[in-house]
Write a protein of this length. Sequence first.
Length: 145
Amino acid sequence: MYHAIVIDDEKWVVKSLIATIKNQELFEITEEFYDGLSGLEYIRTHQPALAFVDVRLPGMSGLDILQAANAESLRTLFIVISSYAEFAYAQKAMLHNAVGYCLKPFSRSELIDSMQKAYNILQEQKSVPSAPELSPPRIPMPVSI
């Protein structure tokens, strides 16, 4: 089971999300954050497998978190959760590699579908062997006779 976090400024939304996805075996919610800055800092230091992130947050928007994570090549995957069915938000989320965009109130099947997609990506990453680190080429030293 992979670790996931939730970043949303409304405590009832966080609790609702956790209740909606309980009893699934893909991800475990290990942390909750109520502002964008502390959520991004946690992602930078702990790199959870998945983050559910709201679009509008105090301190830093969810879309700004995705943009920062992309710019810093962080490995965390994102599912955007929002009350806004605006195409521009969804488009920007996908531009920054979100694996899903789920509207509040949550549909369990929609959340599970997005989580399954994230899980499949993580499994693929795990199965691809990483390239061995190459040592720098050895430069022969001149030999004096």
